[in-house]
Design a protein around this ligand. Structure first.
Ligand SMILES: Nc1ncnc2c1ncn2[C@@H]1O[C@H](COP(=O)(O)OP(=O)(O)OP(=O)(O)O)[C@@H](O)[C@H]1O
Ligand SMILES: [Mg+2]
Length: 254
């Protein structure tokens, strides 16, 4: 679908990952205003930050294991729904009206994209609404498992053949050296991306390493991927326009 951008709002941006259940409402407000300024079509995905990850980890839920028991599913999903309704609220305040899709509505019982996913998204986009989804506990044939916002960004961008995907994080882009905030790489081929994974704190969805592997799969599909600092309004707007120099560009395979 022409001109559609998928933007993932990192949990590291919209919450303080060090403090349980702390949403950065001023950041949500500012990002929402940037998104509202941009006139193109958009799909918004967000991560769990200090809402989803600690709750999921408390109940040993993860993106790699299936669980039959319902224990902790309510608590984790409730935390995510709270965060998601804040995202939706701030977007709405700026005139961006969302249509929230829980992960289970996008996937089959095997965890693959549902067959008519592109059609579903197109109908929402064509109505002028903005599809919104988030990392969630979904239910599959084998049981409950977390699907990350990064994975859903990959699924959605592939299904609709997005123009580009933007991962907002709390760093200036993909850093060569995690201790040096000025070391962001401007441009990368998808084949080079794996070398830049540094240790990050353990969370419920595989942290930066998993993000990078989805980014690689998106770029291999021919879609440009940006890693930008979600706190930097200018960088965010530039990446929405597909301009280089806003964080790191992982070039889609040509
Ligand atoms: N080379 C790198 N460049 C940038 N960040 C890196 C790098 N290697 C590891 N990281 C870590 O990845 C983190 C971002 O990924 P993380 O999964 O923690 O956040 P997120 O995806 O925004 O949150 P959520 O999973 O809740 O959506 C950064 O805060 C940083 O610590
Ligand atoms: Mg993450």
């Amino acid at each position: 679908m022409e001109g559609v951008v998928v933007i993932k709002l990192g949990g590291s941006v919209i919450t303080d990952k060090k403090k349980p259940y702390s949403a950065r409402t001023e950041v949500l407000d500012s990002i929402s205003s940037s998104i509202a300024e941009w006139s193109g079509r958009l799909i918004v995905v967000h991560g769990g930050g200090s809402f989803g990850h600690p709750t999921a980890m408390k109940y040993k839920l993860s993106s790699t294991k299936y669980k039959r028991s319902g224990e902790g599913i309510f608590e984790t999903r409730e935390a995510m729904q709270q965060l998601s309704s804040m995202v939706s609220h701030y977007l709405g305040q700026h005139g961006v009206k969302t249509y929230t899709l829980p992960a289970v509505s996008l996937l089959t019982m095997e965890g693959d994209p549902r067959r008519d996913l592109a059609f579903l998204i197109k109908n929402i986009l064509n109505s002028g609404l903005t599809p919104l989804t988030y990392g969630d506990v979904a239910v599959f044939r084998k049981g409950f498992r977390i699907v990350s916002g990064d994975y859903l960004s990959y699924v959605l961008s592939s299904a609709i053949r997005a123009e580009r995907v933007i991962f907002t994080i709390d760093k200036q882009g993909i850093l060569r050296n995690l201790d040096d905030p000025t070391s962001a790489i401007e441009e990368l081929e998808f084949k080079q991306i794996n070398q830049f994974v540094h240790a990050s704190e353990k969370d419920a969805t595989g942290g930066f390493k998993a993000k990078v592997s989805y980014a690689r799969m998106i770029a291999e599909n021919g879609i440009d991927v940006f890693f930008v600092n979600g706190f930097d309004k200018d960088a965010l707007i530039r990446s929405l326009h597909g301009e280089r120099g806003a964080g790191t560009l992982v070039k889609g395979k040509k």
